[in-house]
Write a protein that binds this ligand. Structure first.
Ligand code: BES
Ligand code: MN
Ligand code: ZN
Length: 456
């Protein structure tokens, strides 16, 4: 729990003196000859990313000295959460950004232990004076929720469990929940039905709302594919290995919704999550099938592995019907986004330059990397179908993330601002504040952008 990691001020704590390479010489002079010798014996000279524990002469730790450099990853101090012995610490000295240091500390302390892996107790941090503890805790709690949902194996995070998780988030803030499944799905959300029908666990559309009707309408849509085999166009083993995370969009949107409701932002929030398992069975949808979407567009199936855009198409069409002020979707939509930008930098798409600029600022402020890519309309030609309104998989292999984004955009006409995120939801190799495994990409940046836009 983040609140057990980031403590309110007051109480005893061990000092962590943060020094830059330039500040080291001056700080060193304030230490006794013995302690200077101890630092030298430990090979510590204020190097960024390293730290040394100073003895108090009575068998305890007097203080910690941690090296830091301007321009380093602002989460790098967070590494101390797992590098220091259990105990309570407080930061002093050259802390460039105390908010990101505290946030990085909390995010680093996450460990997924549901299946038996154990973690040592993380070091605890006293919340720095200048930092609003509630802001950090809200962000960390949302990230923990998202990571837990994504890290959970598909055997324990199928459509039923994802619905339960969504209901729990909604219930905690008294949001109104509606779930459509069965026959109603066939007529109202035919693409969700067809993509999800081969699974032993029924597909569904989760829809919850919170906040006053008159407030600006913000609608979040999250891809909830609890496992993506690829369908009949089955993925190879290497491509399927991580596909428990194909509900990463849903998990990220649920964490974001929790933040918005906890902070009581002045919005009418709506969350839509189409939930399916893209499974293989005799009744699975097939390449060559034509689906009629909620919006009435007919979609020829070029590839059953391009399933996310299908279920999102129906959810976006529903969202668009009430003309929301801001419509956002988050989805682990394409492998091509990783080819373009790698695992750490998710692309987002919008035609609203002001929103894009605000997101860019929020992304930097929150150390939550994002990169804008274009809705490049001319590539829409790649989706041409001989028999239907469009095909679901341009077969050229070009611009896979852009074309997927354009496909989704076909289902949005009335929303004032539309933003699509093609996220990875995963950290393949640990970095400060980003343990290996599930990650809540874009969540804090979006929250901050929405908070600035609509206030609370
Ligand atoms: N869930 C995948 C995309 C994905 C793969 C995200 C790996 C992150 C990591 C999606 O449903 C998919 O399979 N997309 C295909 C689309 C193609 C068939 C047009 C892809 O990207 O290869
Ligand atoms: Mn797929
Ligand atoms: Zn998928």
């Amino acid at each position: 729990m983040p609140k057990d990691i980031l403590l309110p001020s007051g109480g005893k704590a061990t000092l962590v003196q943060v020094v830059t390479p330039n500040g080291w010489a001056a700080f060193r002079k304030t230490l006794s000859k013995e302690t200077q010798g101890w630092c030298a014996a430990n090979g510590f000279a204020g190097e960024p990313g390293r730290h040394v524990l100073l003895p108090d002469g009575r068998g305890g730790i007097a203080q910690v000295v941690a090296g830091m450099s301007a321009g380093a990853d602002p989460f790098s101090l967070g590494k101390l959460a797992r590098a220091l012995p259990a105990g309570v610490y407080e930061l002093a000295g050259d802390v460039e950004d105390a908010y990101l240091a505290a946030l990085g500390w909390c995010l680093e302390a996450y460990g997924y232990s549901a299946y038996g892996k154990s973690f040592a107790d993380p070091a605890q941090l006293v919340c720095p004076e200048s930092v609003d503890r509630a802001d950090v805790l809200r962000a960390a709690e949302a990230a923990f929720l998202t990571r837990d949902l994504v890290n959970t194996p598909a055997s324990d995070m199928g459509p039923d469990q994802l619905e339960r998780a969504a209901r729990a988030v909604a219930a905690a803030h008294k949001a109104k929940v509606k779930v459509v499944s069965g026959k109603a799905l066939e007529t109202g959300f035919p693409m969700v039905h067809h993509v999800g029908k081969a699974s032993a666990s029924a597909p569904r559309l989760i829809d919850f709302s919170w906040g006053p009707q008159r407030a600006p309408k913000v609608t979040l849509v999250g891809k909830g594919v609890t496992f993506d085999t690829g369908g009949l166009d089955i993925k190879p083993a290497s491509g399927m290995l991580l596909m428990k995370k194909d509900m990463g969009g849903a998990a990220t949107v649920l964490g974001l919704a929790q933040m918005i409701m906890a902070a009581k932002l002045n919005v009418r929030l709506r969350v839509l999550i189409p939930v399916v398992e893209n499974a293989i069975a005799g009744n699975a949808f097939r390449p060559g099938d034509v689906l009629t979407s909620r919006k009435g567009l007919t979609i020829e199936i070029g590839n059953t592995d391009a399933e996310g855009r299908l279920i999102l198409g129906d959810a976006l069409a529903l969202a668009d019907e009430e003309q929301p002020d801001l419509l956002v979707d988050m989805a682990t939509l394409t492998g091509a986004a990783r080819v373009a930008l790698g695992p750490d930098l998710p692309p987002f798409y919008t035609d609203d330059d002001e929103a894009a600029q605000a997101l860019g600022l929020a992304s930097a402020r929150e150390n939550d990397p994002l990169w804008r890519m274009p809705f490049w309309e001319p590539y829409m030609r790649l989706f041409e179908s001989g028999i239907a309104s469009m095909n679901n998989s341009g077969d050229s292999g070009f611009a896979g993330s852009i074309t997927a984004a354009l496909f989704l955009k076909r289902f949005v006409e009335k929303a004032k601002t539309y933003i699509h995120f093609d996220i990875f939801a995963w950290t393949p190799a640990a970095k400060p504040g980003r343990p290996r495994g599930a990650e809540a990409q874009g969540q804090r940046a979006l929250f901050t952008m929405i908070r600035h836009r609509y206030g609370n």
